[in-house]
Design a protein around this ligand. Structure first.
Ligand code: SF4
Length: 368
């Protein structure tokens, strides 16, 4: 299996030199990041979960806040999901937070609170896939597992001219084999971080700094002057835009928020009720219909509050938001799994999706 990548024809003598060069470069150039000063497997785990699909600069303040609020695995396991999601609010991909909390509870129950070092045991925990498993076990416990993320794939694609698209999951095993071949087994914790750091700082998507790259004497793309050709990507479909209509329903000085079911997209977050505008439907009509369908309330629309635009990974939304007055009905939930009537100050206690967070400042000027 190890030699099934035809283009990876570096001999055994070359690999140690490549590893040495990379590790030396990392030693001299690594960024000073908060998770690099800890040996606590839980802290390392939190950082790696946050770093999946999110930039380092965005993660740093979240990482600090999260560990201030939940400094140990037990504090996270015992926490209310609402509180965990509130600290995660704005970071996106909320399934990561839900799974991390579930996994913390499982570690507490099944492993006396000690993060399991065993690959199969760790791999069985909620939210632990290839990346998290390799990253946490290599960095925390020095297990020889090669990490493969977007940065690593780009470095490998250029280094050994892998012409398979990096954004097609079918090709993951190719990159995984290459990373495994290259892995410095005695220092997997440093090697993995070095590869990711190299991708972030030197072998960047655009304008890679090949002149200062520790791999420049080995890199096929560089030596053949083909860096611009790699990595290959398949064209992805244009993301669709959905028109949404939502209502902030006032009942005296209270507003209605509903909670999304715990699983699925934005699961466990609170929002203003609403939904997709149907064909030939006016946003005002959608607002009334959705509120009737989701919470069984009759409302009156008072005014258009704002239009919010937000881009998620796979789609964009344009959301018209209306100020509404409660008119009639008792709440019966059909879709959401909980609701609250709260005043504006209490919004700070509930985790909202980003699109809803953009609405909150406009509510300060609404007088009902
Ligand atoms: S030489 Fe250039 S293309 Fe090759 S790994 Fe280094 S930065 Fe990337």
């Amino acid at each position: 299996m190890k030699n099934s990548i035809p283009t990876f024809d570096l001999d055994k003598n070359t690999l140690p030199r490549m590893r040495q060069k990379l590790l030396k470069w990392y030693d001299q150039n690594q960024r000073d990041l908060p998770w690099r000063t800890t040996t606590d497997p839980y802290h390392i785990w939190v950082s790696e979960v946050m770093l999946q699909q999110t930039q380092v600069d965005t993660v740093i303040p979240y990482y600090k806040r999260f560990l201030k609020r939940f400094p140990s695995l037990k504090t996270l396991a015992d926490a209310d999901l609402n509180d965990a999601l509130k600290v995660w609010e704005g970071l996106g991909y909320y399934a990561r937070a839900r799974n991390l909390k579930k996994a913390a509870a499982a570690v507490l129950n099944d492993y006396q609170g000690q993060v399991p070092e065993n690959e199969d045991s760790f791999r069985d925990l909620p939210g632990v896939g290839d990346y998290i498993c390799a990253a946490v076990l290599s960095i925390a416990f020095y297990k020889p597992l090669a990490v493969v993320d977007g940065n690593v794939k780009r470095v490998l694609a250029r280094l050994i001219l892998i012409d398979k698209p990096v954004n097609n999951s079918k090709n993951h095993s190719t990159f995984s084999e290459a990373a495994d071949l290259l892995l410095a087994r005695r220092k997997p914790h440093l090697f993995n971080q070095a590869m990711m750091e190299l991708g972030a700082l030197i072998c960047r998507p655009r304008n890679p700094d090949c002149k200062n790259c520790p791999f420049k004497q080995f890199c096929k793309a560089y030596l053949e002057n083909r860096v611009e050709e790699f990595p290959k990507r398949i064209k992805t479909k244009k993301v669709p835009t959905y028109h949404i209509s939502a209502g902030v329903v006032f009942k005296k000085d209270k507003i209605l928020i509903t909670r999304r079911k715990p699983e699925g997209f934005l699961g466990g977050l609170w929002e203003f009720p609403g939904g997709k505008v149907q064909k030939r439907e006016k946003p005002e009509e959608t607002c009334k219909r959705e509120i009737r369908e989701e919470v069984n309330l009759g409302i009156e629309i008072i005014e258009h509050l704002t239009t919010v635009k937000h881009a998620y990974t796979h789609f964009k939304i344009i959301m018209d938001v209306f100020v509404c007055d409660y008119v009639k009905g008792r709440i019966k939930l059909n879709g959401p799994d909980d609701f609250r009537w709260i005043n504006l100050k209490q919004t700070k206690n509930y985790p909202f999706p980003k699109a809803n967070l953009k609405v909150l400042p406009f509510l300060k000027n609404v007088i009902r």
